[in-house]
Design a protein around this ligand. Structure first.
Ligand code: C2E
Ligand code: MG
Ligand code: MG
Ligand code: MG
Length: 282
């Protein structure tokens, strides 16, 4: 009975829903203008090794909306993905990331940093994606092995044969791959084995309750063992406490990212953080 009533409710006239709809439409219109208005910015979150030495960063996009202020990518990336706007945004991110890598590679102290860039499904499946990557790598004359593309399980599973072709074309350029949000999809070992991956990134949902959740402990241990047996590197994201870091370390995790080390920062602040970290480990 309740189910029936639910279905017949005229949800469209729910004022709150109409509100959400208006916000969405407005946001989408604004998103269209955001690139030429230069409202995007890349933030950088440090990634460290077992000794807390900086090994690189993840580039995370920020949209500074003229009226709303900072809009979370969790809000606008899905919106951009529904339209083709994600292609322009993705291209901007890639260019910005390659330019930053060039700057780091010009300095002996930061030459070996690896920059991880999130790639959306649509962007990845675009017929000339590998060409776009190659063009930027050449334009900025960067060492491609320092560019790491973050892909997710769900986007790779769509058409596994195509996925392998696209990844191999990118691998030929020399870039690396990390499997983001790992553990939240439904990957089988069988399929992961076929992909030219370099790294598994343990999703933050497994890290969050690691101190007390026995299931999460078991999952994390299994992911690390799996990475080892496939000779993949492993990084944990969302590391917020020393306890989490220690547990991960004990289980054999080699790379870490999270608020414990730093939040994502604008480039000037990130460079300052890098400088302090490099001094500390010199
Ligand atoms: P993601 O790639 O899984 O990125 C990790 C997210 O976790 C980031 O959120 C980061 O700020 C956040 N985070 C990092 N450390 C911690 C921590 O210790 N605790 C907690 N609670 N959170 C932490 P952010 O920046 O809001 O990005 C959200 C998602 O938006 C990203 O998830 C990614 O899927 C997407 N995204 C961000 N930038 C881009 C981009 O340039 N292109 C594309 N296609 N997607 C992007
Ligand atoms: Mg990511
Ligand atoms: Mg992630
Ligand atoms: Mg995530």
């Amino acid at each position: 009975q309740a189910k029936k009533a639910g279905r017949n409710t005229m949800r469209f006239f729910d004022p709150q829903m109409q509100d959400t709809l208006n916000t969405r439409t407005a946001l989408e219109a604004d998103l269209r203008k955001s690139i030429e208005r230069r409202e995007f910015n890349l933030f950088y979150q440090i990634q460290v090794d077992e000794m807390n030495r900086p090994v690189g960063a993840e580039a995370l996009i920020r949209w500074i909306h003229p009226k709303r202020g900072m809009v979370s990518p969790a809000e606008f990336i899905p919106l951009a993905e529904e339209t083709d706007l994600i292609l322009n945004i993705g291209l901007w991110v890639l260019q910005e990331a390659c330019a930053q890598l060039k700057t780091w590679q010009n300095n002996p102290l930061t030459r070996n940093l690896v920059l991880a860039v999130n790639v959306s499904a649509k962007q990845f499946r675009q017929s000339d994606f590998a060409t776009q990557v190659r063009v930027f790598v050449e334009k900025y004359a960067i060492d491609p092995s320092k560019l790491k593309l973050e892909l997710t399980e769900s986007m790779l599973q769509e058409n596994i044969e195509d996925t392998i072709l696209i990844m191999n074309a990118l691998k030929e350029i020399g870039v690396q791959f990390s499997l983001d949000d790992f553990g939240t999809g439904y990957s089988s070992l069988q399929y992961i084995k076929k992909l030219p991956l370099n790294q598994l990134k343990i999703d933050q949902s497994f890290v969050h309750d690691l101190d007390f959740d026995r299931d999460d402990k078991a999952i994390v241990r299994a992911i690390i063992a799996m990475a080892k047996s496939l000779q993949l590197d492993v990084i944990a994201e969302g590391v917020e406490t020393q306890e989490q870091r220690q547990l991960l370390l004990n289980k054999g995790c080699t790379h870490f990212q999270g608020y414990l080390f730093s939040k994502p920062l604008p480039i000037r602040e990130f460079d300052a953080l890098l400088e302090r970290a490099i001094e500390l480990h010199a």
